[in-house]
Design a protein around this ligand. Structure first.
Ligand SMILES: Nc1ncnc2c1ncn2[C@@H]1O[C@H](COP(=O)(O)OP(=O)(O)O[C@H]2O[C@H](CO)[C@@H](O)[C@H](O)[C@H]2O)[C@@H](O)[C@H]1O
Length: 486
């Protein structure tokens, strides 16, 4: 199959979170199955500085909203998968992908509406006729709409898939502020009472198929509570909504070979994990004691990750004999609070305001537990990395976390971690205490669970097989034409 994979982040090239992990691993897995997959992404500033790519084609000219946009297409190969980068410096040569570190850019709607149009123009420019256009999250969710409205005939046999990695970000912007979308009567009819269009909602409406990155998150999107206020839209498309669990890239996340670690280990020989723990404790000035349980947490600092119920009990957790390391950048309010807690508890708690892949691998390897008490979690990759590193996840039973972690008390024979239900501080505190008790009181059982966790597998190959089956379904079904239907 010919697959045009349109995405704003790709691991190794541009990353703010888990979207990038998928942006690399899934295309590579599809390629390994023999499909012709081409990635299209923006040519961001840091990438431009690092790679200084040459133009792949002549200058492209895109006419939209009564304006003319002249852009270039650059190309590189990511392990044999071609990556086409849309080079439009006005929009993409900036520090930051979506924000300057504090504030989102004012023109994000304009930037990504343009990018989605330009991605389709790229397919034409390189004469790549996609069977499937897979777009990812709100940034590229307008691709199905543009493919449907394209009157060149280029996409007449193409089907589209919208993959939702995070439904809370929807791209709702006043239509009048997006120059390339002006004068489109169809879009005018799609605005809400504030004159805004919602990119994700349009994607849900126009895509041939929609998938979430875990089966449980797909079922949550079909509920009023879990749909991020898009219940009507998802419900209307319920026959076409499904879930495919992300994979874990074990070529990058294998503690037996990980070049970023000071020592290596595996399910049968775990002593290297203690060396990793000591190294991290020393790096952050914590007592280098092997028997103090170390809890790690690494994520974007946002409400999604459960800080709303973690922050109020953080110091209660620290009353136990435990060490805790939190690494992350994001919301300054959360970051300030973590800094205050660190000042009050320097012997036990470290907050590291950093985005570092080396640190990510070392926190996963060194910790005994990985904390992920998310409010919602479309899939979650860090809990999969934790499992691979024998770092038992402490998670809330939500989204993909519920699909990937099995609780010690609920199912002792197949357990891989600790799971709590309610999105509140007392449930979280109780779960952390349960984990600490298990660590102290049942070291042999802890070791068994750790071994089982490390042997658990969520492969990208399996995920890619599900995606191909979904592409086939999309291609076999009659073309979805919302403009005729509604
Ligand atoms: N400070 C830091 N330094 C270095 N690396 C850091 C970091 N903070 C986070 N990361 C990395 O970013 C990625 C985070 O991935 P997650 O899937 O856990 O969450 P995220 O919410 O970003 O992704 C969204 O998309 C993914 C992909 O579909 C879904 O799994 C998820 O549920 C959804 O919210 C991991 O690779 C992690 O190591």
């Amino acid at each position: 199959m010919n697959i045009l994979f349109v995405i704003s982040e790709v691991e190794d090239l541009a990353k703010t979170g888990g979207l990038a992990d998928v942006g690399k691993a899934l295309p590579l897995a599809l390629k390994a199955m023999g499909h012709d997959v081409r990635i299209v992404k923006p040519y961001y500033r840091d990438m431009a500085h690092k790679y200084q790519l040459v133009n792949e084609t002549e200058e492209q000219c895109l006419n939209a909203g009564g304006r003319q946009y002249r852009f270039h297409i650059k190309r590189l190969e990511l392990e044999r998968v071609p990556v086409y980068c849309v080079d439009y410096p006005d929009y993409f040569h900036r520090a930051g992908l979506y924000s300057d570190g504090y504030q989102p850019f004012d023109d994000n709607g304009e930037r990504f509406a343009f990018f989605s149009m330009a991605a389709l123009e790229t397919a034409k420019a390189i004469d790549f006729h996609p069977d499937i256009i897979q777009c990812n999250d709100w940034h590229t969710a307008l691709c199905p709409y543009f493919a449907e409205r394209d009157n060149s005939g280029f996409f007449k046999d193409t089907r589209t898939l919208l993959t939702i990695h995070n439904g809370a970000f929807q791209g709702a912007y006043p239509l009048r502020e997006i120059p390339c979308l002006q004068h489109d009567p169809k879009l005018i009819s799609q605005t809400n009472e504030y004159g805004e269009i919602n990119f994700l909602r349009l994607g849900v409406q126009y895509a041939s198929k929609i998938n979430a990155v875990s089966p449980n998150y797909a079922s949550e999107l079909l509920t009023p509570l879990g749909s991020h206020h898009l219940y009507q839209s998802f419900f209307q498309r319920r026959q076409d909504v499904s879930g495919i669990l992300n994979g874990c890239d074990y070529s990058q996340w294998d503690p037996a070979t990980d070049p970023l670690l000071p020592a290596h280990f595996g399910p049968e020989e775990i002593s290297g994990k203690t060396d990793c723990k000591r190294a991290l404790q020393q790096q952050f000035g914590l007592e280098p004691a092997p028997d103090i349980p170390l809890i790690g947490m690494l994520c974007r600092l946002t409400e999604q990750k459960g800080f709303g119920f973690l922050l109020p009990i953080l110091e209660q957790v620290l009353q136990h004999r435990v060490q805790l390391i939190i690494v992350g950048t994001g919301d300054p309010g959360i970051s300030d609070e973590l800094t205050r807690v660190q000042h009050r508890n320097p012997a036990q708690f470290v907050y590291c305001n950093d985005f570092s892949n080396t640190l990510a691998h070392n926190v996963e390897a060194a910790s005994d537990f990985f904390l992920m008490p998310s409010l919602f979690e479309p899939c979650g990759l860090n809990q999969m990395y934790s499992l691979a590193y024998g770092t038992l996840p402490i998670v809330r039973a939500v989204g993909g976390l519920a699909d990937t972690v099995i609780d010690v008390s609920a199912a002792p024979e197949s357990a891989t971690g600790f799971v709590f239900q309610s999105p509140d501080s007392s449930a979280l505190l109780h779960c952390i205490r349960r984990a600490l008790l298990f660590y102290y009181e049942y070291p042999d059982r802890f070791r068994q669970v750790q071994k089982r966790a490390m042997q658990t597998r969520f492969t990208w190959q399996e995920a890619a097989e599900h995606y191909v089956a979904l592409y086939q379904q999309a291609l076999e079904a009659p073309k979805h034409c919302p403009d005729r239907k509604y």
